[in-house]
Design a protein around this ligand. Structure first.
Ligand SMILES: CC(C)(COP(=O)(O)OP(=O)(O)OC[C@H]1O[C@@H](n2cnc3c(N)ncnc32)[C@H](O)[C@@H]1OP(=O)(O)O)[C@@H](O)C(=O)NCCC(=O)NCCS
Length: 184
């Protein structure tokens, strides 16, 4: 897919682009993942587990995902420094999709850029991609203790299910939100 979206963020002179990710974005996406996990899940996931998160293993994981059939990544790049400050990944649902065919796997915006509409833009890009791929609905799984859980109802999601998973050796609850998708 070759669409890109350009929109102003807070200061009108600063513009941020949401576009499909390319290989050169992998390091930036990995950095956003490590930083946001450590800030968001402190006190929710074990400290030792978060401390073990490494940039290179996140890069490897994202490289594998870039190869996976039907998986798409979108990034937001801050144009002045050229840094990735947010990303979303989506594709066919993974285990536990509860009969929902499409999934947004990840949606992360770097701390200093949150609350400016970037998450909504990334979400829309992923949702439109899944709709364009022919998925009739999509799901997002969120840790129930994530302080940002409330974002998903704001983005039109319906609470669908809960499940318990193990992360870093502890049991944590996840909540799923779903959306019906119109064909693009
Ligand atoms: C969750 C996240 C992706 C949202 O991105 P964002 O750029 O901060 O969100 P936006 O500014 O686009 O806001 C989208 C909507 O959610 C609302 N919102 C933002 N943060 C919220 C919060 N913590 N709780 C409830 N609603 C929130 C906004 O008001 C907006 O709704 P509106 O347009 O109807 O007013 C981002 O904050 C983030 O990466 N947080 C840390 C990691 C994380 O929790 N990721 C999700 C893992 S599943």
């Amino acid at each position: 897919m070759s669409r890109s979206f350009v929109f102003p963020v807070r200061a009108p002179t600063r513009r941020v682009i949401v576009r499909p990710a390319v290989w050169a974005d992998i390091e930036g996406m990995a950095r956003v993942a490590v930083d946001t996990w450590n800030l968001t899940y402190d006190g929710i996931l074990p400290k030792a587990y978060l401390a073990r998160m490494r940039l290179h293993s996140q890069e490897s994981q994202r490289s594998r995902m870039m190869h996976a059939h039907g998986v798409h990544h979108f990034v937001t790049v801050e144009p002045t420094a050229g840094e990735v400050v947010g990303y979303a990944s989506c594709g066919p649902t993974r285990n536990g999709g509860g009969g929902v065919p499409g999934e947004i796997y990840e949606l992360y915006v770097q701390h200093g850029f949150q609350g400016r509409g970037i998450g909504r833009r990334l979400f829309r890009a992923a949702r439109d991609q899944l709709a364009g791929d022919g998925h009739e609905s999509m799901i997002v799984w969120v840790l129930s203790d994530n302080p940002n859980l409330g974002v998903y109802p704001r983005l039109g999601g319906w609470r669908h299910a809960k499940k318990t998973i193990r992360v870093g050796g502890v049991a944590v609850e996840e909540t799923a939100y779903t959306w019906r998708l119109d064909r693009a």
